[in-house]
Design a protein around this ligand. Structure first.
Ligand code: CDP
Length: 228
């Protein structure tokens, strides 16, 4: 059976990663959270006090970063590992969220991530979510989805997510972080977030999780079984 690439892009907290994970499970594809790669890189930069204005420092840091997704059999999910350590929880914290879009705007960082992401998708049969997956990483992806949701819904979703992890953050702090990242992600010169011309838009403000997943699965099946 033909294997395709499903590229899911969109703003933060629109439900991309939960939806992408469910789609990948249903298709028996692998799932790659490209945001986790940018987050792990940011964590490394913060831990090692890398000055992002210093090109050489950034280059050396990138050479010292090894990111892997390790499947946890017990939990049946993949965890992000940075240089052999599980950083899945740490990279979701607000202090990383506050810096990630500045680190992600660096051309060297984007080149390094894109190289690794393209390697991960070289055999197709993959669902990847992020900001530039359908536009830059896999412009030839068979299926591209652009997810959006209202700011109110996005803030509530992120608040719930952080509360479930016992992370302290107010709705106002979350909204400020989302607006700040939206601005940086859409205005950076290198690969800004934008909808690919051939992407299907999916507004998740008022539909259920199952409806979101079904919307993508239907399109994926059409592409997989298409004869041309
Ligand atoms: O989880 P959330 O939706 O908030 O964001 P994420 O997918 O974890 O991505 C975190 C940040 O990484 C984004 O705000 C972008 O600045 C950056 N990113 C990117 O530039 N390109 C990607 N393909 C994925 C993430």
């Amino acid at each position: 059976m033909k294997k395709i690439i499903v590229a899911i892009d969109g703003y933060s907290a629109c439900g991309k990663s939960t939806t992408a994970k469910a789609v990948a499970r249903q298709l028996a594809y692998s799932y790659v959270d490209s945001g986790a790669m940018y987050r792990a890189t940011t964590l490394f930069f913060l831990q090692n006090q890398i000055n992002i204005a210093e090109v050489k420092q950034v280059d050396n840091a990138l050479k010292a970063i090894h990111i892997e997704f390790v499947f946890d059999e017990k939990e049946q999910v993949s965890h992000t590992h940075l240089n052999g350590l599980n950083v899945e929880q740490e990279i979701r914290k607000m202090y990383v969220s506050d810096k990630v879009s500045e680190v992600s705007a660096l051309p060297q960082v984007r080149n390094a991530m894109r190289y690794n992401q393209q390697k991960l998708g070289s055999l197709r049969g993959i669902v990847m979510d992020g900001r530039d997956i359908g536009t830059v990483v896999f412009p030839d992806a068979e299926l591209k989805i652009f997810m959006i949701a209202s700011m109110e819904v996005r803030v509530q979703r992120r608040l719930l997510e952080l509360q479930q992890k016992n992370e302290q953050a107010t709705a106002a702090q979350i909204q400020e972080n989302l607006l700040h990242r939206d601005h940086l992600d859409t205005h950076r010169s290198e690969n800004p977030l934008r909808k690919a011309s051939d992407a299907f838009e999916l507004d998740t403000s008022h539909i259920s999780f199952d409806e979101q997943v079904d919307f993508i699965l239907k399109l994926a099946h059409q592409k997989i079984y298409a004869t041309v």
